[in-house]
Design a protein around this ligand. Sequence first.
Ligand code: DGT
Ligand code: CA
Ligand code: CA
Ligand code: ZN
Length: 576
Amino acid sequence: MRNQELARLFTRIADAFELKGETGFRVLAYRKAARTLTDLGADIETLDQEGKLQEVPGIGEGIAKKIHEFLSTGRMRKYDEAVAGLPAGLFEMLDLQGVGPKTVKQLYDKLGVRTTTELKQAIENGRLAELPGMGEKKAANILQSIRTEQLAGDRMCLDEAFELAETVTAHMKRCAAVRHVVYGGSLRRGRETIGDIDILATGRPAARIIEHFTRQPRVKSIIAAGGTKASVRLESHGKERQVDLRVLAESEYGAALQYFTGSKDHNVALRALAQKQGLKLSEYGLFRGKKRVAGRSEQEVYLKLGLPYIEPELRENRGELEAAAEHRLPVLVSAKNIKCDLHVHTSASDGAADLEEMVEACRLRGYTHVAITDHSVSAGYAGGLSADALLRHCDRVDDFNSRSRDIKVLKSSEVDIRSNGSLDYPDKVLERLDLVIASIHQGFKKEVTKRMCSALANPLAHLVAHPTGRIIGRREGYDVDLEQVIECAAKNRKILEINAFCGRLDLNDVWARRATQAGVRLAINTDAHGVGDLGWIRYGLLVARRAWLTKSDVVNCLSYSGLMKLLGATRTGRIA
Ligand code: DGT
Ligand code: CA
Ligand code: CA
Ligand code: ZN
């Protein structure tokens, strides 16, 4: 889906207007369009093809035209116009936490700061703090944000990487010379961040395929283009990203896919295994002497090495080859096993859609139940519900359930863990809920482990959400001892979350695996704040699969009654 890419363009147009000093309804209209696209569940390209763009609330005639222009030509003139004359570094600065268009405009106008590097210098020599409305504290926060941005290096998050890979594969499929096209590399393995995209194609003539690849709409520069391989830099989310292409013969397709999926460590170990059997493995195939014994499919390559197929997410040389040899690879949890999302916000707190809309979107995904988990009292910044409002919400859910046949709603809340470790509603209110999620949103440095453990020991709580609080590339997360948190969760039979938002993805693969090994059940939740976000489950599933999880490790795979039984048992201490 290209929804996010378009959302980004509209945000950039609005930013550009503000950087040029314009405010008012035009800016708001572009921001609104961006927000609409971000939250939209449906595929914008399909809507465009069906001529239904303007049926989407928030998309008027002007915006619809621009969307259509971009989808059909790869360009949007309004965007080009808007950003013309503005240094690219200004937009880079906008990606920093706590830096908006007004700040950037001020920096540019008053201090002549045009890049993140210049901004860093301005902070370090104290010039920034002298700007009106700035001050030491804000300057220090910006500096921290520059540091974490640099820490992340130049890797993509999964949403961007999938969008880029899917745009490229869709483009390649439109070439008549292409037979198969897939992506490999770290994206196929589902790593949490992605360096570059690796595309593999079969077909002929190879030269036509290479040419089709280098002539994509978003190509900024061609790094290399030879007879069977090419590398380009493509425009993506305001940056340039590398995409590599290999063109292959059908007879070597499987071996090449295996090789270019990696990981390098898995490949090295696999090649050693081949050598022990008197075979030679390369990107061209598996050979005995000069004879190719396998290469068409990955299955064939693994089979000829005496192994069952190994899922890409497991290929990190973390014991998968040994497990494969002993036929004890896990049957990994997959999308078809997921029956519910257990962390979903609505417009009652800081979500974009109301209860009915969110539940309907879940029903359309094939879920049989969903937990609506708006924020609690202390989360004032996120429109947290008062105890009374939450109780009214519970009445509404009971009423909804009495009318609903296909999908049930769990009465729930994402309850803040207060600084003393207590939960943010009285017990009487919590007792009314089917599922109590406990999370830390404030006081990241204050005794986080202790607070999380007291939440896990609270009989009324079921689950701790995003247990590390990190935001990939932006924030390191709480100072938390996960070893201890996992031990507390195991002791109290509580659930830990894999938060599926591509910027969080915590617990990560390593810790999620550790948690299941300690006997802790996990939930994979999107933390959706709009219907479009429900699709993030895909990213959470990748983490779960990289953690070797099966459907019995994941509570989202339980039926409604199975889950309700588990949640009830957690509270009474009668453990299922
Ligand atoms: P990335 O792009 O940094 O997120 O990570 P990958 O895993 O996609 O790495 P990349 O793009 O450098 O290479 C793609 C795959 O090609 C990699 O996963 C394994 C394979 N590969 C690359 N270089 C080597 C190598 O020197 N030896 C072996 N055995 N495989 C390699
Ligand atoms: Ca790669
Ligand atoms: Ca690569
Ligand atoms: Zn949440």
